[in-house]
Design a protein around this ligand. Sequence first.
Ligand code: NAD
Length: 476
Amino acid sequence: MTTAHYIDGRWVEGQGNDCIVVHNPADGRPFAELLAASTVQVDQAVATARRALPSWARVSPGTRAAYLRGFAEQLGQRRDALIALQMRNNGKPRHEAEIDLDDAIATFAYYAELAEQLPAQNRDVPLAVPGFTARTRLEPVGVVGLIVPWNFPLVTSAWKLAPALAAGCTVVLKPSEVTPLIEQAYGQIADTLGLPAGVLNIVNGKAETGAALSNHNGLDKLSFTGSNNVGSQVMRSASTLCRPVTLELGGKSAIVVFDDCDPDQAVEWIVAGITWNAGQMCSATSRLLVQDGIADALLPRLQVALEKLRVGSPLTEDVDMGPLTSQAQWLKVASYFATAREEGLQCLTGGKALDRDGWFVNPTLYADVPKDSRLWSEEIFGPVLCARRFASEAEAIAEANDSRFGLVATVCSADLERAERVADALEVGHVWINSVQAVFVETSWGGTKGSGIGRELGPWGLAGYQSVKHVTRCLG
Ligand code: NAD
């Protein structure tokens, strides 16, 4: 691929130093190459977004909504190609790739509706003091940089693009170098819809391109999803430049299973929480807390369920779980298997890579993992589950909250009052009760503690791209 960057409404060749090689993780073979955008091209993308801002900010909410509905419709028209590309580049099983696409479509449709409601957000503010009037006006925050990872490329970008465009912001999106092809669809759709040039720009590249964007002094805000390591660099740039930042970072989330659960039902929720997307989810519930009375019934069932999963290439086999998306991720997960052996952890199943080409690992379960194990506290980002037992509700809450992260949690209990009480006590951004990780566009997404700053989705996602202005008038 030569023209992989979308700047000022045109597809252009990369002029950067890095060559990006795109792989099929199911066999480890490359299938595309592109040159990264240079720092100068990042400058051009930011400059064109700045030029496009005043007129896009003035476009009527109805027109913006029509563009967003166009994105939803056009994503649907590209359905087969986008599903195939996610399977080929991410290694997602077909049903997961379908759900990602549907999520992206729903996100654009939802923010189209919120765009239409923008005028109602501006309102008069009653004052206690006579002699003055006051009103609010919600304005776009301006030109925003969007930096995203590779695990849910269509979805994560949709969660940023749709509310940003709805609010009237112009954007520069930098997809991950691991999956740089999928978000090209957003540029192609902008072309098809005749979105004004400069409103949406896409620059591909590795860390150098990402840093050129996050350090750019022409942005009004940066929204980043990715690792804590890079997130803290992005936050440093934001602090130097004194500008807002949204961070969606890592997790080490807990799933708490009480004695009163049906063990077979609990196994379904546990397996989904650690093997969806081969465990490469910020929200993976990778710490299993299981109450003493059910542990002996649950753990053997869980082991059997993990061993039954069909792991293989989504392109050629009917699978439940595909490969890890990159070789780097595969090596990282393998390094945790080595650590587990060094620490003498009790491995009930998995703990090794598959003996075949491609970046596959077995779904893995470690039991009775000590609290000071690295596997208990660090984000692995693979299908690796660590289990510990607990006696009381208070102990479960304390253990679940004993983490530097705070993204999500799942509570499984037949006692709904207790489940709600525990949900309220957990220090996280989103809790599921007796459920798989269903994410709805109307609800919020984001974490507490080391899992980030700010919220995406719902009205909170839109608010992240808006600035509140008050106009106060003296009547005297
Ligand atoms: P990463 O931090 O390595 O990369 C994320 C993006 O940042 C990529 O586009 C990358 O090119 C870019 N980047 C790299 N170095 C940069 C720099 N110095 N300056 C600016 N940009 C730079 O993360 P990853 O490996 O792609 O993704 C995995 C991580 O993302 C995990 O920690 C996961 O938990 C997190 N994640 C969080 C959420 C959430 O919603 N909280 C969602 C998905 C993934």
